[in-house]
Design a protein around this ligand. Structure first.
Ligand code: CA2
Length: 143
């Protein structure tokens, strides 16, 4: 079983700004938590981060035939990207959407997610732990 974890724009800046929303921990500590969660379950994985929509689309297309599941935090592209939605639909790989914050209790524009239309589950508002829950969900589905 192989899972691809995709993080969108600015998530590489975690811990540097807005700790009241996203916590104080850095992007590398998020990657450590993901590594640990996958190791515990014996799941092979790759973590990918990009600030560019088309690069994320390319990565999703490239996942076809290589990965069994995707965990994605599309960050700001959640609320804008039909291209990422279409790429997820095109590859049809079971996908769990994750948000560190609760996007339903913030700005009005964050309440809509294009990505939810392709996701089998959305985890939000649970901080970094949401990634662990998303990985466990895919593991239970795919095992
Ligand atoms: O809650 C989430 O995980 C989000 O996907 C995070 C995005 C935001 O645009 C979504 O609405 C919800 C933002 C990701 C990175 O934001 C940072 C902002 C300041 C400092 C560090 C990261």
């Amino acid at each position: 079983m192989k899972i691809l974890i995709i993080n969108g724009p600015n998530l590489n800046m975690l811990g540097l700004r807005e700790p009241e929303i996203y916590g104080k921990q850095s992007y590398s500590s998020l990657c450590e938590l993901i590594d640990e969660s996958c190791r515990e379950l014996g799941v092979e994985h790759e973590i990918f981060q990009s600030n560019h929509e088309g690069v994320i689309v390319d990565k999703i297309q490239d996942a076809y035939g290589k990965f069994d599941g995707i965990v994605i935090n599309p960050a700001a592209y959640t609320h804008t990207s039909v291209a990422i939605l279409d790429a997820l639909k095109a590859v049809s790989i079971p996908t769990v959407e994750v948000h560190i914050s609760d996007i339903n209790s913030r700005d009005e524009f964050r309440k809509h997610s294009y990505i939810s239309l392709a996701a089998i589950k959305t985890v939000m508002g649970l901080g970094f732990n949401g990634y662990k829950i998303a990985i466990e969900h895919l593991y239970e589905l795919l095992k």
